[in-house]
Design a binder for this molecule. Structure first.
Ligand code: GMT
Length: 374
């Protein structure tokens, strides 16, 4: 098949899933064309079937905001025509689904048919997409896609609750390509470069936006380290970083918190970790939690959105109500205070992550593509 993939090229989960999907399809012999404004951060040109087409936005002094959708839809038309693409698979509705609809219409005028598959990822529905500023256009683009998928049952329910949807929505969970996931042995994982022998290592990975409740991460850790000697790794960067640093200083724990910034090697960094914190306000799936579990790290998270579909309470970690810092800290201490208990949680976290392997999930996307192109 010849597939165009449109996504955000940054460290966010939707871009990561789109990139991994494209690379997996290319490895299976499909021709995959990434169409976006920058080369996706996780994109490896591992196969001659992978192509990247940069969307260039011409700046003009009249524009207060650059018309990216226009440039994107023009690029989609160009690439579909040039390479005979059969499918445009757009990840994240805003503005990709809308731009794909426009591209499809422009191509139809030339007698060229292309199918649009839209994968909804989370904030494109729950936070941004349902805002009155965008709602009409997002609803229209979802209803006019040929196939719509969501990354969890919870996101499907949210989409049906927040929009007037006339289409069937298929749930296809996010996945991990375990082949690429570093299976680092304990000996290889040089924990003592980060923490002393008697210290536990706790991690958080996100874009440090408000929706992740990043200050709760610091507050939970402040509680944990009262009884568990430990270090906290913050992987990722974003608007709340300074506030997190200030709070850590205020609570007297700053020297135990390591801000590591964005990384392309999350898997390797997680090999150091004993526990993962994800106290998000909302999370359609929580790819970061899955990546943690794949690195044998139990997860302390909220019970919001799709997190209960990924993290099983009392088995792979614990779920708590949003903002309940005390409960999350209590659960974290329960896991960390006992060596055998921690080991059992690590095993179960890893075993559960296997449900979301590339081999289990890729066939669902291939089925969708086959159905849509008939
Ligand atoms: O979490 C973010 O703000 C990034 C966002 C994205 O689109 O890059 O993540 C969303 O998509 C991920 C991949 O499907 C999901 O794992 C995240 O749970 C989801 N984020 C939210 O729903 C807040």
């Amino acid at each position: 098949m010849k597939i165009g993939i449109v996504c955000y090229p940054t460290f966010g989960g939707s871009g990561v899933v789109a990139t991994e999907l494209g690379m997996a399809l290319a490895e299976k012999g499909h021709h995959v064309h990434f169409i976006t404004y920058k080369q996706p951060v996780r994109l490896d040109f591992i196969s001659s079937n992978i192509h990247f087409h940069e969307v260039f936005v011409e700046e003009y002094p009249l524009f207060q905001f650059q018309p990216y959708e226009l440039a994107l839809s023009s690029k989609m038309v160009e690439i579909v025509e040039m390479y005979g693409l059969e499918i445009l698979h757009v990840h994240y509705a805003i503005p990709h689904a809308y731009a794909a609809y426009m591209a499809k219409q422009m191509l139809a005028q030339k007698g060229i048919s292309v199918k649009v598959v839209t994968t909804l990822h989370g904030t494109d529905i729950t936070l941004v997409g349902s805002h009155p500023t965008y709602k009409t256009a997002v609803e229209f683009s979802i209803n006019n896609s040929d196939v719509v998928t969501t990354v969890s049952e919870s996101l499907k329910r949210d989409t049906l609750r927040l929009f007037d949807i006339k289409k069937e929505i298929k749930v296809i969970y996010n996945f991990i390509d375990f082949k690429k996931y570093p299976q680092i042995t304990e000996a290889e994982c040089k924990r003592n470069s980060i923490a002393k022998d008697n210290e536990r290592i706790i991690a958080h990975v996100s874009n440090l936006r408000e929706v992740k409740r990043p200050l709760d991460v610091i507050k939970i850790y402040a509680e944990i380290q009262k009884s568990i000697p430990s270090k906290l790794l913050i992987i990722g960067d974003g608007p709340a970083r300074e506030a997190m640093e200030c709070l850590a200083k205020e609570l007297g724990i700053y020297e135990n918190v390591l801000f590591l910034g964005n990384s392309n090697e999350v898997g390797k960094l997680l090999c150091y970790s004993d526990l993962f914190l994800l106290p998000s306000e909302t999370e359609s799936f929580g790819l970061a939690a899955l990546e943690a579990m794949a690195a044998r790290t139990p997860v302390i998270s909220t019970n919001s959105g799709g997190l209960p579909e990924v993290n099983f309470d009392g088995e792979t970690g614990f779920l708590s109500p949003i903002g309940d810092v005390k409960d999350m800290a209590k659960n974290a201490v329960y896991i960390l205070e006992n060596e055998e208990r921690l080991a059992a949680f690590k095993v179960r976290a890893f075993e559960n992550s296997q449900r979301f392997s590339l081999d289990n999930v890729l066939p669902s996307y291939k089925e969708v593509y086959k159905e849509v192109i008939g």
